[in-house]
Design a binder for this molecule. Structure first.
Ligand code: PLP
Length: 339
């Protein structure tokens, strides 16, 4: 492990390494590249997903600061908030969330699981994702934290955006995934060309970008955004990658134009399923018996399918698709997914 990461406080929330499996049927169906799937949907926290790696560092920091409760925000049906609520329970902490209104606000999917965890949730009357960055949400989170304080708790606000420490620690979690992948590639005797993953806020891609550069790998990272168009997605990845690299003293930097993303699979917007994404969910289930989600990984695989069609990935390539989780959302999106 990278020295400066090994020195950071960390709590165990997931089971690592997550499996790396050969998706032979999917690959044959596409008539394209050899495809491996990195199963971070099996990370083992709640119903799994990419947030467990991030939270191992974020919650260790919260614990170090004496926190007894966590407070955060995202959109309703957020996988991050479910995983944070679950991690909090494992660490004997309470959790409270102020969530932006989403497409599905009923107590189903992630919101059902958060209800079972007895995580406190307020769904706000606003849906604009850009609000996650401004004072409107930070005032809300401060108010939630103040209420917890009045109840005798020591709250820790998990803020997703730079320059906040949780945003940087999340990226650190995914630098460890780059090391883990490299080890698995060596164990399996494979030499992949590309690691492809969904890009939301971009922290996961940022971790893999910095990790792969620091380790000087031959494999390159490709992101499929589900939220931001290419310029904003590239900048978000570079900013977070550079912040994490500086925090760890890795001496690696990356500029936005080195970040590769294909942004044509977002559809009408974040959280709104696409026909291609739903088809990709069915394709993955029917070839590999693996479930994806309509918000993130289904759109991600729809990108892979299209890039194979366009010849961006050829039959001589080996690619790794990172399954970042999101499965609970399938149930909230029953209406859109059912044929
Ligand atoms: C299932 C799933 N995949 C991918 C992502 C994207 O992660 P990031 O925000 O680090 O880009 C998220 C989180 O937003 C997610 O929940």
């Amino acid at each position: 492990m990278i020295d400066s990461i090994a020195k950071l406080p960390r709590v165990q929330l997931g089971f690592y390494p997550t499996p790396l499996t050969d998706a032979k049927h999917l690959s044959a169906e596409l008539g394209g590249p050899r495809i491996f799937i990195k199963r971070d949907d099996l990370s083992g926290l709640a119903i799994g997903g990419n947030k467990a790696r991030k939270l191992e560092f974020i919650l260790a920091e919260a614990k170090k600061q004496g926190a007894t409760a966590v407070v955060s925000t995202a959109s309703a049906q957020s996988n991050f908030c479910l995983q944070l609520a679950a991690a909090a329970r494992k660490l004997n902490m309470r959790s409270s969330f102020a969530l932006l209104k989403g497409i599905h606000n009923e107590t189903q999917g992630n919101l059902l699981l958060q209800n079972i965890l007895d995580s406190h949730i307020e769904i706000l009357e606003v849906a604009d994702m850009t609000l996650l960055q401004g004072s409107f949400i930070s005032d809300k989170l401060n108010a939630v934290a103040a209420k917890l304080k009045a109840e005798g708790e020591t709250p820790y606000i998990v803020k997703h955006t730079l320059p906040e420490t949780p945003a940087i620690l999340g990226v650190v979690g995914w630098i460890t995934a780059a090391e883990e992948l490299n080890q698995q590639f060596a164990d399996l005797g494979i030499d992949p060309d590309y690691v492809v993953l969904v890009n939301g806020g971009g922290g996961t891609q940022a971790g893999l970008e910095i990790g792969s550069r620091y380790l000087n790998t031959r494999w390159k990272v490709i992101g499929i955004p589900v939220l931001n168009k290419a310029p904003a997605a590239r900048k978000a990845v570079a900013d977070q990658a550079n912040a994490a690299s500086e925090y760890l003293g890795l001496g690696v930097t990356i500029s936005p134009d080195e970040v590769v993303v294909h942004d044509e699979y977002i559809g009408e917007g974040y959280g709104i399923p696409t026909t291609e994404g739903i088809n990709a969910i069915r394709l993955m289930a029917q070839t590999e018996a693996i479930f994806l989600c309509p918000v993130y990984t289904g759109k991600g695989l729809s990108g892979v399918v299209d890039l194979v069609k366009k010849g961006r990935f050829t039959s001589s390539d080996t690619i790794v698709f990172v399954h970042t989780g999101g499965i609970p959302a399938l149930f909230a999106y029953q209406q859109e997914v059912v044929k």
